[in-house]
Every structure is written in C-alpha cells, then in structure tokens.
Design a protein around this ligand. Sequence first.
Ligand code: HEC
Ligand code: HEC
Ligand code: HEC
Ligand code: HEC
Ligand code: HEC
Ligand code: HEC
Ligand code: HEC
Ligand code: HEC
Length: 438
Amino acid sequence: MKSNKLIVVVTVLLLISSVLVACSSEPPALSEEEQAEIKELTEEAKTCIECHSTETPGIVAIWDQSAHAEVAVSCLDCHTVDPDSPLALSGVEGHEDIKVSVSMLVPPAVCAECHENAVEQFHASGHERAYLQVAASDSMQALMYHHEGQDHPELSGASAETGCYQCHGNEIVVDDTGHPTADTYPSSGVGNLYPDGDVGNCSVCHTRHSFSIADARRPEACASCHLGPDHPDIEIYEASKHGQIYHSDGENWVWDRPPGEWEPGDYTAPTCATCHMSGIGDLEVTHNISERLYWNLWAKVSKPRTDPDVMGTYYGDGETGRELMTQVCTECHSTTLAESFFVSGDKAVNLYNDVYFAKAEEMRAELAELGLLKENPWKDEFQIIYYYLWHHEGRRARQGAMMAGADWSHWHGFFELMQDLYKLEDIYQLRIETGVIE
Ligand code: HEC
Ligand code: HEC
Ligand code: HEC
Ligand code: HEC
Ligand code: HEC
Ligand code: HEC
Ligand code: HEC
Ligand code: HEC
C-alpha cells in the first residue's frame, strides 16, 4: 500500500517535471546541442525510478528535487555503461529484466558527456592529483601502512581507508561482478582513481543525488576536508570578517542563481567558492581551484607557482593567479585595500620561508650530515618538531595570513612557530655539543 502510493507520487512528480521542461523560459546553462541530446524519460528510465522508489527511496526522493530531474536526466543517463566495461554489474537481484548494462560507479567521464568544461577544468586542477600524489610518495606510504598501520597483516590499511583516502580519494577496485571492494569503497575523497583509469569525484561538492550548485557555493562544501591542524581553511574563514558576515547574514542570500549570474548583491561577502571558483564580474566560473593562486602554501617552502605540470608542487601560473584573485576582491573592495592586503600577506609568507623554515632546514641538514638524526623520524623529537613547524604551524600562519584569519596567522601560527624554532635550536645545540642523540 505504502509503496504503491510512492509510485503514484513519483509518477505524478515526473509528469510535473516534464511539463516544467516543456514550458521553462529560463535560459539554459547548456548549449542547444547539449540540450537536444537530452530526451524525455524513456520507458526504460521510468522502470529504474519506479522500482528504486521502493528499493532506495532516499535516492529517488533527492534526485526528484534536483535540476537533473527537471530536465529528465535520470538514473539511466548516469548509471548505464558498455556491457564489456569492468564497471558493468552482474548478479543484482531485481535487475534480471533490465535490458541495459548498469554500473554502480559513475566516474567524471559520464558527467563530461554533458558538462565537458567542468570536467576538463577539474582535471587541470590540484584536486586531480589528490590521490595520485599520496600514492606516489614512499614517505606517505610508510606513514600510513608502516607507522600508523604498524604493518599489521590484515589491519594496516585501516588508517588510510578511514582517514587519508576519505579526503584524498582511493584507487577503487571492482570484483568480477562490477561491485567495488570493501577495502576501496565507499570513498568520499576528491581524487578517486577508477578501474577504467578515470580520476576525480564530482560528488564531493555537488552532493549526490541533488548535484546542486547552491550546495557547492556554501563554505560547508569544502569544510569536510579543508579543516584541522594542518590546513584549517574553514576555521580561518570563520575567524575572518567574511565568515562573520556569512554567519550573520548568509541565510538571506540568494544561492541558486545560474552560473555566471551569481553576483555581489545576491550575497554580501565571499564564500570559498566565490574567491576560488565562481564567476564574478568579468571572471568566469572555473573548476580549476589552482587557477587563482599565487603561492603554493602547503609545501615546505612557499614559492610562486610557475610549473605547467598538474602533478608538480608549484603547479600553476602565479602571476596570473594573483591578478585573477585581485579581480575578485575589487568587485567589492577598493584596489588600495586589495593590494595592501597582499603586501602584508606576502610578507608573512616570506617571514615563514626566510626565517623559520630556512633556519630549521639548515639545522636539520647539518644534523643529518653528522648522523645525528634517528632513522625513525616519528621517534625523534627534532624531526617531529620540524614536521610540525612546516606542516602544521607554518601552514596555519601562511594560510591564516592570506585569508585574513588573524587568530590563525598569529596565535596558532607565528607564535607557535617561534616556540618550535626555539625548541629546535636547543635540541640542535645539545646534539652538536655532545655528538649524540639525547
Ligand atoms: C525491479 C526492481 C529494480 C529495477 C527495475 C532496477 N533496479 Fe537497480 N536495484 C534494485 C535492487 C533490489 C538493488 C539492490 C539494492 C541494495 O543492495 O540494497 C539495486 C541496485 C542498484 C544499484 C546499486 C548496485 C548494487 O548492487 O547495490 C544501482 C546503481 C542501480 N540499482 C541502478 C539501477 C538503474 C540505472 C536501473 C534502470 C536501468 C535499475 N537500477 C533498475 C532493483 C531494481
Ligand atoms: C547525474 C548523474 C546521476 C544520476 C541522474 C543518478 N545517479 Fe546514482 N550516482 C551518481 C554518482 C556520481 C554516484 C557515486 C558513484 C561513485 O562513487 O562512483 C551514484 C551512486 C549511486 C548508488 C550507489 C551509492 C549509494 O548511495 O548506495 C546508487 C544505488 C544510485 N546511485 C542509484 C541511483 C538511482 C536509483 C538513480 C535515479 C533515481 C540515480 N542513481 C541517478 C550519479 C547519478
Ligand atoms: C580531513 C581531510 C584530510 C585527511 C584525513 C588527510 N588529508 Fe592530506 N590534505 C588535505 C587537504 C585539504 C590538503 C591541501 C592543503 C592545502 O592546499 O593547503 C592536503 C594536502 C596533502 C598533501 C600535500 C599535497 C600533495 O598531495 O602532495 C599530502 C602529501 C597529503 N595531504 C597527504 C596525506 C596523507 C598521507 C594523509 C593520511 C596519513 C592525509 N593527507 C590525510 C586533506 C586531508
Ligand atoms: C571543489 C568543489 C567542486 C567540485 C569538486 C566540483 N564542482 Fe562543479 N561547481 C562547484 C561550484 C562552487 C559551482 C558554482 C560556481 C558558481 O558560483 O557559479 C559549480 C558549478 C558546476 C556546474 C554549473 C556551471 C558550469 O560550469 O556549467 C556544473 C555543470 C558542475 N559544477 C559540474 C561539475 C562536475 C561534472 C564535476 C566533476 C568533475 C564538478 N562539478 C566538481 C564546485 C565543485
Ligand atoms: C545526459 C546529460 C547529463 C549528464 C550525464 C549529467 N548532467 Fe548535470 N546537468 C544536465 C542538464 C541538462 C542540467 C541543467 C542545466 C540547466 O540548468 O540548464 C544539469 C545541471 C547540473 C548542475 C547544476 C545544478 C543546479 O543546481 O543548477 C550540476 C552541478 C550538474 N549538472 C552536475 C553533474 C554531475 C556531477 C554529473 C555526473 C555525475 C552530471 N551532472 C551528469 C545534464 C547532464
Ligand atoms: C573531499 C575533500 C575535499 C573537498 C570537499 C574540497 N577539497 Fe580542496 N583539496 C583537497 C585535497 C586532498 C587537496 C590537496 C590536493 C593536492 O594538492 O594533492 C585540495 C587542494 C585544494 C586547493 C589547493 C590546490 C593546489 O593547487 O595546491 C585549493 C585552493 C582547494 N583545494 C580549494 C577547495 C575549495 C574552494 C573547495 C570547496 C568549494 C574544496 N577545495 C573542496 C580535498 C578537498
Ligand atoms: C576572500 C577570498 C577567499 C576566501 C573567502 C577563501 N579563500 Fe582560500 N585563498 C584566498 C587567497 C587570496 C589565497 C592565497 C592565494 C595566493 O597564493 O596568493 C588562498 C589560499 C587557499 C588555499 C591554499 C592553497 C595552497 O597553495 O596550499 C586553500 C587550500 C584555500 N585557500 C581554500 C579555501 C577554503 C576551503 C575556503 C573556505 C573555507 C577559502 N579558501 C576561502 C582567498 C580566499
Ligand atoms: C562579495 C564582496 C566581497 C569580496 C569579493 C571580498 N570581500 Fe572582503 N569584505 C567584504 C565585506 C562586506 C567586508 C566587511 C567590510 C566592513 O568591515 O565594513 C569585508 C572585509 C574585508 C577585510 C577586513 C578589513 C576591513 O576593512 O574591514 C579584509 C582584509 C578583506 N575583506 C579582504 C578581502 C580580500 C583580500 C578579498 C579578495 C581576495 C576580498 N576581501 C573579497 C566583502 C567582500
């Protein structure tokens, strides 16, 4: 009875959706060609929805409120694959009568069929390498499996699977029924590597199955990953004047304006998306979150971005990045405010580089040469503090300064950097004088 009612509701909603498409006067974000590819719901497409409205009612309900439902983009459009794809499912109870091959996984290439630009820009962004870079690093592999996982024969992957990979992405493996394996899925990381070689995860900001732009424009879309002791971007934002305004006024903002039309007035202060991604003034929407950056602020040493290789640490074009970011600021501020802000911000980055990191690195190199560092860096007080200096305190000071979060630039940043440096100097002195590791 209950499920019959749901099917009726769904059918009615679908009818409403189709009528809405027919008489929509909103200018579409897609070109006419792309629009033409989108068909009304076929019989096959309706079958998925009808059965899934009882099997997975949550997914159908969310999809039905989405922009995709309005334009008749349904389960079938995203979950159909070639029968010989490694992703093609077999043995799903309930799928016996389905005529197409269905996948559980939906790599970005599927979205690219209709959203080519977004996917291309994503592939050209720092998010692309989030998993690949961790996978390629011996020291990161050692940290995850040898140290955190203690080389346990069955359990050593637990820290990576529940931690690192949930932000960075995982290499998803499928079994011979096309289902992803338990140790590689679910993975909510941004840089998932799929069995067909595709990379990325559009759902991290556009939560499935609503796939909305309004959600992605909110700072919460970035907050599950960009937080914590080593890159407290959401905390910095909340401590900034911009975050204060978002918290006091954000509920009154217009969030769902079409791309390219979301402008100051719809909102009064920028969110993460406004500065790093959105169209504003003459700037167009970009999915390349590296495009508007000048420095690399996560590396041991910050340098302006000059490397055209997306896998390179200093990936990007810093000069252009600074111009684009300044253009964002000057939609709301005077050029004087924006330029002065970056003068102080750059000074903070250079203080970190030239004083704190340079001194720490000089001592580390000398101790290494004299054999005065332990082989296990995580048991060596000098190397642990050195790590905190660049990876935690140093990033907080740099990112706090560049995003106007004074508490993070100072108390969680430079103040602690100063303490780290003094501790390192004491340990260094002791090792040089005694010739042994304390
Ligand atoms: C007659 C019912 C029925 C129809 C029709 C149906 N499904 Fe399913 N589907 C199911 C059931 C049952 C499951 C298993 C749900 C679970 O594991 O809890 C499932 C699972 C899935 C999964 C997840 C894979 C898995 O094994 O859990 C996807 C993706 C999916 N279906 C997509 C589709 C698409 C796309 C269509 C239309 C082409 C479709 N389904 C048609 C019943 C159906
Ligand atoms: C715009 C594309 C799109 C549409 C439309 C879509 N899905 Fe999905 N679906 C995805 C993506 C992306 C994922 C995440 C897959 C991954 O991790 O690779 C997903 C995951 C799933 C999963 C597995 C994850 C889970 O939460 O269990 C199921 C089941 C599923 N979809 C069912 C459906 C059904 C049923 C419909 C239609 C009502 C539908 N999808 C419509 C893109 C889509
Ligand atoms: C809470 C989410 C989260 C977790 C958990 C996490 N990271 Fe990250 N990681 C990030 C973010 C966000 C950045 C980017 C920081 C920036 O741009 O300043 C990053 C940056 C990095 C970088 C530098 C960029 C690169 O890819 O070379 C490395 C290396 C890295 N993380 C490795 C790891 C490893 C290894 C683990 C687990 C031991 C881990 N991370 C756990 C979110 C996370
Ligand atoms: C880091 C977060 C993030 C990720 C990851 C992301 N998006 Fe977006 N996306 C956004 C934001 C924010 C907007 C809205 C920009 C604006 O304000 O207009 C947007 C807008 C869009 C739009 C509408 C504007 C346009 O360019 O046509 C599409 C379509 C889209 N995204 C698709 C995708 C696809 C496909 C992927 C996966 C490759 C993806 N997004 C990954 C944040 C993200
Ligand atoms: C068959 C074509 C098709 C596929 C495949 C597809 N989309 Fe869309 N998508 C559309 C259309 C059409 C719209 C509506 C555009 C408009 O508003 O005019 C849309 C809208 C969007 C929007 C904007 C929603 C909003 O709030 O206005 C986002 C974000 C988006 N899609 C992301 C995705 C992602 C991520 C995938 C892959 C998981 C995907 N799409 C797959 C056709 C598609
Ligand atoms: C699912 C986790 C996740 C989400 C959500 C996420 N990011 Fe990231 N982000 C990462 C990771 C991991 C990295 C590090 C990638 C690398 O350099 O290897 C990163 C890197 C970045 C970088 C630095 C890129 C570079 O070239 O160094 C910026 C800027 C960024 N993200 C902005 C955003 C914004 C803005 C949002 C929200 C609209 C967002 N991210 C959402 C995980 C995430
Ligand atoms: C007022 C605009 C603005 C807002 C709002 C903003 N950022 Fe930034 N962000 C910047 C600037 C400016 C930089 C430094 C750019 C440079 O290198 O000169 C930066 C740097 C970063 C970096 C460092 C990239 C690297 O090289 O390590 C990350 C990550 C980042 N932002 C993520 C976020 C996230 C997540 C949010 C929201 C919680 C956010 N930003 C909000 C302007 C902004
Ligand atoms: C959408 C409009 C908007 C954008 C874009 C924007 N800001 Fe702001 N910003 C504001 C508002 C509003 C305030 C609060 C002004 C006040 O205190 O009266 C503010 C305050 C500030 C403050 C605090 C100082 C002060 O005078 O109160 C700084 C610093 C700042 N912004 C820097 C930036 C930088 C740097 C950028 C670009 C990376 C930027 N803003 C982009 C709207 C914006």
